[in-house]
Design a protein around this ligand. Structure first.
Ligand SMILES: [Fe+2]
Length: 150
């Protein structure tokens, strides 16, 4: 297979696993957040995990369209992901700060994948990833605004 396509596949798998880890972390926070602002955080993390989860299936199918296999075990996803899971119970503000850090890793990763997809004329994949970049920019805005000290 073409070396550039191979590189695209590898990077797309890393972006996929990282997106999955991000989704799961937001869902984990949605379940376990506590404190007086529980309703707001519970709902905020709920909207976040649902939006990101909505992209998981399509992202895996773009990997398949490139004639590669989509990773689907916890082991493999953890191995590939640039985003670490969380086992701690922390306050809602810290949860949002961690997701903001992770989101800031995801955006440049997705930009790099989009450029690689364009370079090998995989415009459908490039367009899909472009939409994901925009979605994560919106998440960035909301997370940034949540953690901002006034
Ligand atoms: Fe729920």
């Amino acid at each position: 297979m073409d070396e550039q396509v191979q590189q695209l596949i590898e990077d797309l798998k890393v972006a996929f696993a990282s997106t999955y880890a991000f989704y799961l972390k937001a869902h984990y926070y949605h379940w376990n957040v506590e404190g007086p602002d529980f309703p707001q955080y519970h709902e905020f993390f709920g909207n976040l995990y649902q939006e990101v989860y909505g992209a998981i299936d399509k992202m895996a199918e773009h990997i398949r369209a490139l004639d590669a296999y989509a990773p689907g075990s916890f082991n493999r996803l953890e191995e590939l992901s640039a985003i670490k899971g969380d086992d701690n119970i922390i306050d809602g503000l810290k949860m949002a700060a961690r997701l903001l850090d992770d989101n800031d890793k995801l955006v440049p990763m997705l930009i790099s994948v989009m450029k690689k997809a364009e370079a090998v004329d995989r415009y459908g994949t490039a367009n899909f990833i472009q939409d994901r970049i925009e979605a994560h920019r919106i998440h960035s805005w909301m997370l940034r605004s949540t953690v901002k000290k006034l």
